[in-house]
Design a protein around this ligand. Structure first.
Ligand SMILES: Nc1ncnc2c1ncn2[C@@H]1O[C@H](COP(=O)(O)OP(=O)(O)O)[C@@H](O)[C@H]1O
Ligand SMILES: O=C(O)C1=C[C@@H](OP(=O)(O)O)[C@@H](O)[C@H](O)C1
Ligand SMILES: [Mg+2]
Length: 170
């Protein structure tokens, strides 16, 4: 196994678990947000502020195309599987796609005080729940396997993924 893709809502742990998996497997860690920020020479929050979400989504799709065939652990952004073309790339990738699932309460708790997720800042509770439900459908569409991350340490989640990954037919 030389490639793995992590998807899930903001705060589900894609970046954290991706880093751990990459270390354990001695593979590159490819974080889509980092790639977008490096290409744009600008933080994600700044891209949202200066150019808006639609512009960010175009950069994100381009970065996904450029990285999807590279060996490594790919941590996507929470919105990556929403665009149909991105979702199709994930589904067609011949790479196990792992949905890291976290409950809304756990996400809110993990991200309280966070200033780097521009999308989250502008949502009230109802809007948050609507986005969470909508996105869950997209994650389920693209995922080969789902890991519940509530009440588990990142290390435990990593071990669970490693144990299950051999059984996933892709
Ligand atoms: N399993 C976990 N248990 C507790 N905290 C976690 C867990 N996974 C991630 N976190 C924390 O939640 C925050 C968001 O994690 P991150 O990996 O950036 O998520 P994502 O990339 O999915 O948005 C970070 O502060 C991270 O340390
Ligand atoms: O859910 C989203 O739409 C987003 C999630 C973020 O990544 P994380 O899921 O790693 O926080 C980042 O791509 C951007 O702020 C938009
Ligand atoms: Mg991340």
């Amino acid at each position: 196994m030389t490639r793995l893709i992590l998807i899930g809502f903001m705060g589900s742990g894609k970046t954290t678990i991706g880093r751990l998996l990459a270390n354990a497997l001695r593979l590159p860690h490819l974080d889509l947000d980092d790639l977008v920020a490096a290409d744009a020479n600008c933080s994600i929050a700044q891209i949202f502020t200066d150019q808006g979400e639609a512009y960010f989504r175009d950069l994100e799709s381009q970065a996904l195309i450029s990285v999807i065939r590279k060996p490594g652990i790919l941590s996507t952004g929470g919105g990556t599987p929403v665009r149909e073309e991105n979702r199709q790339l994930l589904i067609d990738s011949d790479t196990p796609v792992v949905f890291l699932k976290a409950s809304p309460e756990v996400i809110v708790n993990r991200l309280k005080g966070d200033h780097n997720r521009p999308l989250l800042r502008q949502l009230d509770t109802n809007q948050f729940m609507e986005l969470y439900r909508k996105r869950e459908w997209f994650y389920n569409q693209a995922a080969d396997m789902t890991i519940d991350t509530d009440k588990k340490t990142p290390e435990k989640i990593m071990r669970e993924i490693l144990a299950q990954i051999r059984e996933v037919p892709v």
